[in-house]
Design a protein around this ligand. Structure first.
Ligand SMILES: C[S@@+](CC[C@H](N)C(=O)[O-])C[C@H]1O[C@@H](n2cnc3c(N)ncnc32)[C@H](O)[C@@H]1O
Length: 440
């Protein structure tokens, strides 16, 4: 298959930026793909290459390290990423012939390294890899095998039985379909399916969540006319389930305390039939524009974005809302499928998150009117950010209780008022939510 080099160059820039500057690959790729003017096919290839390397980085390094006399961590970051990109194509992508992968990696070595020997080094290592491809040693530990740092494997192993742990790690390295929710205030689902198919996408209704579609072959979704008409927004099944469990209804007063980019607010406003009010707060002023733009596109004027720190009490809000949503900042370890680089971030700062999460939950709980609902949600799978936060909150706040709820799909009745969705069990993002009711 003939492949233009630009897709590889974009992937390389993203990989180097992630490693050196701590950039997020999804955001960085989006900007670079736009800047390089890649067409849909090349954009998809650049994304696959960048994500594929990150999903297998530790495994690729294990093999490359065995073939190189120079330790990988002593190489220039660009050269290390070029080797990973080449190795990923040779070992994981059938559609790229080995010789093409090597030639392009050598060319990238010439262009991106100040050391004249780098191209030769890349050539030598990748050619050895091709020769030894069928007899490469297999790592014996799950951490290297699935490229999850050991601390993360340990954290997940405390939550899952051994036979399930491997399934989760495998699922984390899979490619999820794009999941969208139909804006039923503007469009009916069958009409949306037809319009998306006319734009060339492969569309499947979600097997058990109504008004939810799974898309393939989307290209840049924001350029879709159906998107621009506001007929849908992108949101995982699990995130919408959380809002369904909270049961927002027409005419309610709702506060979304950590709202950007807006998914829960959109789901609530749509469930409310655009009747009532959703105040969508976020601590970052620039995200207010993002929320307003989303609400405008979807035609949901009941959404009112506001800049507010969820930890700081706003007197006007006390005892005012039928429903308060606290979808707090978290470690994001449930969405590794979509942000494969999350696993390589320094785990140190994550230990401070429970303090912030607890502070937000406690403060915004005071905004719930007697008899109202408080929804706590995260997109992580760590107990300390999920069940432990809820338990600590309930110890202090005797005025709230967990309330059972029913959601569609395999979950049925969640009698203890809490639900964890798992990528390997449910095909969703890893996600946690708890429904709490304030006593009257
Ligand atoms: C998990 S995201 C929310 C996702 C959003 N609810 C959705 O469904 O699209 C967490 C958000 O909380 C915001 N945030 C972080 N700290 C905050 C705070 N102290 N108060 C309010 N928002 C905060 C972040 O800017 C981020 O947009």
């Amino acid at each position: 298959m003939a492949v233009r080099n630009t897709a590889r160059d974009v992937a390389l820039r993203a990989l180097v930026a992630c490693e050196r500057q701590g950039a997020w690959s999804d955001g960085f790729l989006k900007k670079e793909i736009g800047g390089a003017g890649l067409d849909g096919r090349d954009a998809a290839l650049a994304t696959r290459l960048c994500f594929g390397v990150q999903q297998n980085r530790m495994l690729l390094d294990f093999w490359l390290g065995n073939l190189s006399k120079i330790p990988l961590d002593k190489m220039e970051p660009a050269v290390r990423s070029i080797l990973r990109l080449g190795a990923y194509q040779i070992l994981f992508l059938d559609r790229v012939p080995d010789h093409a992968a090597v030639n392009q990696a050598v060319e990238q070595g010439r262009k991106n390294s100040r050391n004249l020997r780098s191209a030769g080094l890349v050539n030598g290592i990748l050619r050895s890899l091709i020769r030894q491809k069928s007899e490469l040693p297999q790592p014996t530990d799950l951490s290297t095998q699935y490229s999850h740092p050991q601390w993360l494997v340990d954290a997940f192993s405390r939550r899952l039985p051994a036979e399930e742990l491997e399934a989760l790690l495998r699922a984390d390295n899979s490619e999820p379909p794009t999941c969208i929710q139909i804006n039923t205030c503007k469009a009916e689902t069958p009409a949306a399916i037809e319009a998306l198919q006319q734009e060339g996408m492969t569309v499947s209704p979600h097997p058990w969540l109504p008004d939810c579609l799974l898309l393939q072959g989307t290209g840049n979704l924001e350029q879709s006319a159906v998107f621009q008409r506001g007929w849908f927004y992108v949101q995982d099944v699990a995130a919408r389930l959380a809002v369904l469990a909270a049961d927002p209804r027409s005419g309610m007063e709702v506060l979304d305390a950590c709202a950007a980019p807006g998914g829960k607010s959109f789901a609530a406003a749509i469930a409310m039939g655009n009747q009532g009010r959703v105040i969508s707060c976020d601590i970052h002023p620039h995200k207010q524009i993002l929320l307003q733009r989303g609400a405008d596109r979807l035609g949901l004027p009941i959404i009112r974005p506001e800049v507010l720190d969820g930890k700081v009490c706003k007197e006007d809000f006390l005892n005012s809302f039928d429903l308060v949503i606290a979808d707090v900042p978290c470690s994001g370890l449930g969405i590794i499928r979509k942000k494969p680089d999350i696993r390589y971030k320094d785990p140190g700062p994550l230990s401070g998150l429970p303090r912030v999460q607890g502070a937000i939950l406690e403060n915004v709980s005071r905004y719930v009117r007697p008899g109202g609902v408080l929804l706590y949600a995260t997109c992580t799978l760590l107990e300390r950010e999920n069940e432990a936060i809820v338990a600590t909150f309930l110890e202090k706040q005797k005025g709230f209780t967990l309330e059972q709820f029913q959601v569609p799909g395999p979950f049925g009745l969640c009698a203890d008022g809490m639900l964890t969705c798992w990528p390997h069990r449910h095909g969703t993002d890893g996600f946690f939510f708890a429904k709490l009711r304030r006593r009257v």
